[in-house]
Every structure is written in C-alpha cells, then in structure tokens.
Design a protein around this ligand. Structure first.
Ligand code: MLT
Length: 406
C-alpha cells in the first residue's frame, strides 16, 4: 500500500488565505456580498498596463503564425527577459548579477515554496514571526519542522525570529544555530522596511556561519525612502550567501498572469557545490518554463513606457496606503507599514485577538482583512489591511472602521 507524506498531517489548519476565503464565502451566503470590501489577500485590482497588454497581443499573434510560433520555452527563461532583468533590476543599481544567474518562473510563491528542495533535510530553518506562511508550510512538507507545541503555536526544529514594534519588525540575529534564513523586505505582513546597515548584519552573519539567506524582494517596488535596499545584492558579501526571489505580481499586476524570477549567484556554494547548478537542475527536471507570451509581457515591464505605467500603478496603491495609514492613525489606531509597502499593519483595538477583530470587522463593517496571528504567534493582536483595493474602497473602509464600535 502506498504510504502518504505524513509531514502534510502536521500542517496547521488550512492555508491562511483559503481559510479567509472560506469564512467570507460563508458570510456571503447569508448577507449582501456587494457591501463587502476586500482588503485581505494582497491581490491587485488595477488592470494590466497598456505596455503589457500590447506585448501580450503581439506575442499571441506570433504564436498563431507558423513563422513565429514557439514551442517549449527555455526552462531557465528566454534571454530577452533575463537580460532585461539583469540590466534594469541589478546593473542599473550597481549590483553584479548576470543574466545566467537569473531563473524565470511562474511566480515568487512557487519559487519560495520550491527553493527549500535544494537543501538537505536536516537543516535548521529560521523564519521571522510573523511570516508569510509559504516558507513555513513548504519546510513542514519537507519534514524540517519537529514537534508542534499547541501552547506556543511553534514547531521544535524551526528557529523563530520575533518581529515586533520594539525591534521595528526587523529581527535580532538568531542565538541558536540557523542554516536557512528566510527574510522578506519590505516585509509581508508587517509592511516594515530594512535598512542597508541592518541587512549587512544578516549578510555578515550568514557568511560567518555558512547559513544561506533566502531573501524575498517581492515588494521592492514599494520602497519610497532612501537607504532602503531594493535587492540584497546591494550589500557587500551577499553573492556568497543569498538567494533572492522576485515577483511581477505586486509591481506590475501579474497576479493572474503569473511571472517571477529567482537569483542564485555563482559565488553561492556550500560543500563545494554551486547552489545555482542544483536550482538549474531542479528547473530543468520539474519545469518547462513560463509561457512565451507572459515572458514577453514581463519584458515590456522594462520598456520606457512599461516602467512609467507600472510606476503609476505602484504610486496609486501607495496613495491608498497613505490614506489608510494616515486616517486610521488620526482615528487613534496604532498603525505600522504603508510607507515602503502596500500593507498596513495595525494593533487590534480593545485587546481583541486577531481573529476576533477579523470577525467583528466582517460582521459589523463588512470589511475583510487578514488576522495577524495567521502569520505566526507574534502576529497575535495585529491585523493586516492591503492597499491593493480601489481608492473609493480605501476611503469607504476607513470611514466604516471609524464609525464602528469594537
Ligand atoms: C499576501 O496577501 O500575503 C500575498 O498576496 C500572498 C501571495 O503573494 O501569495
């Protein structure tokens, strides 16, 4: 008889955003769902910009013509896209990353879940708390988690790095051994940014211990302040210790189109082996490449019109973030994030737990957000709102929150 992967039985509850969607579906069955404002999952609402749709149309026509049709894409990505990424996201920022260190994929969520496959089963994984749940769940599926403690909501083999208002949501270096360290900045869910000086401490730590940092830069387009690194490769020494994940979802609205990339520098070696060669092998074996038309759409993001149009979209969401943050703060809420990030992270009012506030907000104000505790024990008592909605929704949501007694 086939045995199952029993690690899956250790996963806690259902995937956070599926659990929220289920609650909202149930609520909608008995209430007028048209009143609901969705500021939960970080999904964009603006349509794809013109430069992107134009590139898509052109690529579709090419695929319908025998002379220009393309079959399987190169499994690591087309050179036109890898070159555009290397040029714009790295060389333009003075970072030494070449096209052959860039692996194109169908998105940062898949890469952040899959990257752990190139590491051995006994590595100790360190994650921020609160944290994007994919890093934790994918390592549980691979059996790196140990025993679950109901009282603390933690697994014995993970190292949790508490992020709270006291440390500006940027964790202290671990006291215990940590082999694989996940960092995400600008941070999901807290909306915090990390300075170059802070990030340098992590790079130095990893280089001195042999740990590998998996740096999720999905939200870098939202950085508005000086001195905040857009990529970990702005930090000296990162080529020797860091893998970086990127998304086209949050900057260019590709949540429904799917495109992302991962950087694995040639200098990143452990046990004498280049990690890049392992990731290339994994890609080659398990993946047939992101669709040609989507890669052309990705290339268009780097054209002069694409850059301008995408920057306008990011500015639109940042304006929502500013509105939500500023007005909730003025109404007496304790609020974080929303400056270098599309996420606003607030303290729940009146000592409500994160899920209690979720339920009250849905039933009293018909607003959907994300409970902080869904991201980890240290997220308890916090709540995340996204700025990816429509401006009118941001205004209406703030007004409903202000009018509601919690
Ligand atoms: C989120 O809401 O945290 C993100 O949208 C999830 C994701 O990007 O997969």
């Amino acid at each position: 008889m086939a045995d199952i992967n029993r690690n899956y039985l250790d996963l806690q509850g259902s995937y956070l955003f599926s659990a929220i969607a289920k609650k909202v579906r149930e609520y909608s069955e008995t209430h007028d769902s048209r009143r609901i404002i969705r500021l939960g999952i970080g999904d964009v609402t603006l349509p794809l910009c013109h430069a992107v749709t134009e590139a898509l149309h052109k690529a579709v026509d090419e695929m319908g013509n025998a002379a220009t049709f393309r079959g399987y894409a190169p499994d690591l990505g087309y050179d036109f896209l890898r070159n555009a990424i290397a040029e714009n996201d790295f060389k333009a920022r003075g970072c030494d990353i070449s096209a052959d260190e860039i692996f194109v994929s169908d998105g940062a969520k898949s890469d952040s879940g899959n990257i752990q496959e190139i590491f051995g089963p006994d590595n100790i994984v360190a994650v921020c708390d609160p944290v994007y749940p994919v890093y934790v769940d994918s390592n549980i599926m691979a059996g790196r988690h140990g025993k679950y403690n109901d009282a603390t909501g933690t697994f014995s083999r993970f190292v949790y790095l508490p992020c709270d208002a006291g440390n500006g949501f940027c964790p202290d270096l671990p006291k215990e051994k940590a082999d694989i360290i996940y960092l995400c900045y600008p941070n999901n869910p807290t909306g915090a940014a990390i300075t170059k000086a802070e990030l340098k401490k992590w790079v130095d730590y990893a280089n001195s211990t042999g740990a590998v940092i998996i740096y999720d830069a999905a939200y870098e387009a939202y950085i508005t302040e000086e001195g905040i690194p857009h990529t970990i490769y702005e930090i000296e020494g990162a080529r020797e210790c860091a893998i970086e994940l990127h998304s086209f979802s949050k900057n260019a609205g590709f949540t429904g189109l799917r495109l992302g990339y991962t950087v694995v520098p040639k200098d990143l070696k452990r046990g004498g082996t280049e990690l890049r060669s392992l990731w290339a092998r994994r890609h080659g074996t398990k993946y047939n490449g992101a669709p040609y038309i989507v890669q052309r759409a990705g290339e268009a993001v780097y054209s002069p019109e694409g850059k301008r149009q995408v920057a306008e979209q990011v500015a639109f969401y940042l304006n929502n973030a500013k509105y939500i943050r500023g007005n909730l703060e003025a109404a007496g809420f304790t609020v974080y994030g929303g400056v270098n990030s599309p996420y606003i992270w607030l303290k729940t009012p009146g000592n409500l737990s994160s899920w209690e506030f979720f339920d009250e907000l849905l039933s009293k104000a018909q607003i959907v957000g994300t409970p902080g505790s869904g991201f980890g024990a240290h997220g308890e008592g916090y709540f995340r709102l996204t700025a990816f909605g429509k401006y009118e929704d941001a205004v209406e949501a703030v007004s409903r929150i202000k009018e509601t007694a919690f």
